[in-house]
Design a protein around this ligand. Structure first.
Ligand code: ADP
Ligand code: MG
Length: 451
């Protein structure tokens, strides 16, 4: 027998022990698509929402370079409020959106009172490492401080801000990197912090540190990818427009500076016009490429008709360039899902690539058949020079081209269109023997079955 369960059962929070509920809330919040700050707030709320478990207040410090800086301070102001927050948190079916709303409200209310007190606090991770609260992150240890006013190691400004004699420092570290610290206390209930509270806080601290670490890493990666793509695009466009511009500049200068006979004038103007066309084409391809809208819902359309139209349109070019296109299109093709105009463009791209890869006199085979009840496959096969393993790995990357005047956007466009209509694309290629691109479209029957 096999039983399937959701990660968080709807009744989980009300029936289970509160410790489990707390851990559940904390770990679930990491999977919510909220900002790091909002998710940290959920953790702090969970840590302070208890009646019976948890603390009264949570104070967050974030590491910033060599500094540990005061961030947010959250907590109910009375036992009644603590109970109310717990009620809110453990209401079955309550979403994280509400919890976050609630948190923002708590924070805005406390903005000047509590957070205002710790925001100015700032410590040096290197120099203040013997001072509490920094010691906890310096040693990566949970520190439970009782009778704080008698402890010379506790920083006096910190002690004044927190205003209690007992608190727990939870360091947030991941992979040896200091990310921050959470300080917990029971300012209102004056309840003694017990070893079991320390254990639970430690677990939450580990999860929070791991979460901040992954989230920050992810942010850095996205940023790096964006910068790399931007750099690549700038370099590529520079390269694409530099040659035509240089040519146009040179030939225009000639016309302006030296008297020329009619034939030379005409030749120069023709070159200039050709280069302008080239630039127009660059702009067209870029604009066209940016037009794919992945959020558009794919509609059923007649693939057979679209294929025939594209083949008919390519025929004269094939003849002019000495290529034969052989089509083998199943007459009983069912409608497929996609955007017919984009799919037409996809086929044009694949056929043009096949032309460009194969010698004059060779044949390009386009076939379409129903693969099974759910899928229709279309293939474009050439007997050209094939694709090297290195090129293959980069085929769908933006601006990857092996052609002198290529844009390297064709296959990326093809991939985006196929992704947008829920289809797939596969390549089979052997150096020197040819290449086959295989597309799979979802057929309408499949679309119906899903609906
Ligand atoms: P472009 O055609 O502008 O170079 P594409 O994205 O259409 O850009 O293609 C990227 C690269 O993939 C081409 O430069 C070529 O190296 C390779 N390629 C694509 N189709 C084929 C094919 N049928 N045979 C061999 N190589 C191909
Ligand atoms: Mg191309």
């Amino acid at each position: 027998m096999i039983e399937a369960y959701p990660f968080l059962a709807p009744d989980f929070q009300s029936k289970e022990p509160k410790e489990l509920s707390l851990l559940s809330i904390v770990s679930q919040s990491f999977f919510q698509p909220f900002s790091v700050d909002d998710n940290l707030l959920v953790i702090m709320t969970a840590l302070t929402s208890g009646s019976g478990v948890g603390f009264n207040r949570a104070m967050l410090f974030r590491a910033d370079g060599d500094k540990l800086r005061g961030g947010k301070w959250l907590g109910p102001r009375s036992p009644e409020e603590a109970r109310m927050i717990w009620e809110v948190l453990s209401t079955p079916g309550l979403g994280y959106l509400e919890i976050i709303e609630h948190n923002r409200w708590l924070l805005s209310r406390d903005a000047d009172a509590m957070t205002g007190k710790i925001a100015p606090l700032e410590f040096s991770l290197a120099r203040d490492n013997l001072t509490i609260p920094v010691t906890a992150v310096a040693k990566n240890e949970l520190l439970l401080v009782r009778e704080a006013s008698r402890e010379p190691l506790v920083d006096p400004r910190f002690l004044q801000a927190i205003g209690v004699d007992e608190f727990l420092c939870v360091p947030l570290l991941a992979q040896g990197e200091v990310l921050g610290e959470i300080v917990l206390d029971n300012a209102f209930s004056r309840k003694r912090i017990e070893p079991k509270d320390v254990k639970l806080a430690g677990l939450c601290g580990l999860m929070a540190a791991n979460y901040i670490y992954t989230a920050t890493l992810h942010q850095r990666m996205v940023e790096m990818e964006r910068m790399a793509a931007l750099g690549e695009m700038a370099m590529f466009i520079t390269h694409q427009i530099r040659n035509p511009l240089t040519a146009m500049g040179g030939f225009t200068d000639q016309l302006l500076n030296a008297p020329a006979d009619e034939a030379k004038r005409r030749r120069n103007l023709e070159i200039i016009r050709r280069e302008i066309r080239r630039l127009e084409n660059v702009v067209y391809e870029l604009a066209h490429f940016l037009k794919v809208d992945p959020s558009r819902r794919p509609e059923p359309f007649d693939l057979k008709r679209e294929l025939r139209a594209v083949l008919q349109e390519m025929e004269p070019r094939a003849a002019a360039e000495g290529r034969e296109i052989r089509a083998d299109i199943d007459d009983l093709l069912p409608p497929v899902l996609g955007d017919p105009i984009a799919v037409g463009e996809v086929l044009r791209n694949l056929i043009v690539n096949a032309f460009e890869a194969s010698p004059a006199g060779s044949r390009i085979e386009v076939a379409a058949e129903r693969r099974d009840a759910a899928w229709v496959s279309v293939s474009v096969k050439d007997a050209g020079h094939g694709i090297s393993p290195e090129a293959r790995a980069r085929l769908f990357s933006p601006f990857f081209t092996t052609k002198e005047r290529g844009m390297g956007l064709g296959l990326l466009y093809v991939k985006r269109v196929m992704d947008a209509c829920g289809g797939t694309i596969e390549v089979e290629s052997e150096a020197g023997r040819g290449t086959t691109f295989r597309l799979a479209f979802r057929s309408r029957e499949e679309g119906r079955a899903e609906a």
